[in-house]
Design a protein around this ligand. Structure first.
Ligand code: CA
Ligand code: ZN
Length: 297
């Protein structure tokens, strides 16, 4: 959040402005500014650095967190015969039955019929009830997100939510941090990283989609994974998100996931750009140990 500033173009109510009042007011304002400015700029720099919208789960509709995709769907390919060249053609069918077209749907699209978020994976109907297992819980003075996994869900598909797509600067590194705790379940978190498709086949989606508007397609080019295990009390995890040169990405979505029957809680999800020295240190260290130079950073 930015510090609020008086909007200069809005006319202010008139106040009796004696010279004394002005002088005292100006001195007072200058003193307050001197006191507050370092704090304000440090606070706004910190706040601005988190690229994950509502990473602390404080904003919600009362049931589900804002800026996270909790109501999910997926699709399966349906063969519709070969074209003249002998290549099998498909239609991609949403778990709700909606025909999503002849191009494989990509991460960031929403089904126009059931409004489920499409991750781009062929998971069929696994996650259509996912949102029923997601809720908000208290964490100290604020909120966190909670997954509740019954036996069948825990032993099969698990529960997951994905952040809104985050547009990032390509060819740069990022740092993800988050906290989690569990009871019975095992937690895993990914930073799923995407880029525009490298194939020349044109694709376009006119239906509803993530606010980042991935109209022309996205493909996953990198992922950073954190195996959290089963921390019984809040534990904070940190992970670098840096792709080898040939897998540069332009979008990130954070995927919070848990499996095995039980419960899992997540809070304080954050992604920030690396500092120039963090980035050059990471690249130098990684490249030292890389055997196959095609995968250099
Ligand atoms: Ca929180
Ligand atoms: Zn659907």
């Amino acid at each position: 959040m930015r510090p609020t500033r008086p909007a200069s173009r809005v006319p202010r109510p008139q106040r009796p402005a004696t010279p004394q009042f002005l002088a005292r007011g100006t001195r007072h304002a200058a003193r307050m500014l001197a006191l507050c400015l370092p704090l304000l700029s440090a606070a706004s720099a910190l706040a601005a650095a988190n690229l994950v919208e509502n990473g602390g789960f404080e904003k919600s509709d009362g049931k589900l967190p804002e800026a996270w995709h909790c109501k999910l769907t997926d699709f399966m390919p349906k063969e519709v015969g070969k074209d003249e060249g002998g290549t099998m053609r498909y239609r991609y069918i949403c778990a709700c039955g909606q025909d999503l077209g002849d191009a494989k749907p990509w991460c960031g699209l929403l089904c126009p019929k059931c409004s489920g978020f499409i991750s781009g994976e062929e998971c069929g109907a696994w996650y259509v009830q996912n949102h029923e297992r997601v809720s908000l819980d208290r964490n100290g003075p604020g909120y966190c997100v909670k997954f509740t996994l019954d036996k069948s869900t825990g032993e099969n598909q698990g529960v997951r939510i994905m952040s809104h797509l985050i547009k990032v600067k390509p060819a740069w590194g990022y740092v993800m941090t988050f906290s989690c705790r569990t009871k019975g379940s095992i937690a895993r978190v990914w930073a799923e990283c995407y880029r525009p498709p490298q194939s020349t086949r044109s694709r376009y989606w006119e239906g509803p989609m993530d606010p980042a508007k991935p109209k022309d397609g996205l493909e996953r080019s990198h992922r950073a994974q954190v195996n959290c295990g089963s921390p019984a009390s809040w534990e904070t995890f940190t992970k670098e998100i840096v792709a080898p040169k040939k897998y540069q990405f332009e979008f990130i979505s954070v995927k919070l996931y848990a499996y095995m029957p039980g419960e899992a809680w997540f809070d304080n999800v954050s992604i920030r750009p690396m500092t120039p020295s963090e980035y050059s240190d990471f690249v130098a260290t990684k490249n030292k140990t890389i055997k196959d130079k095609r995968f250099a950073y």
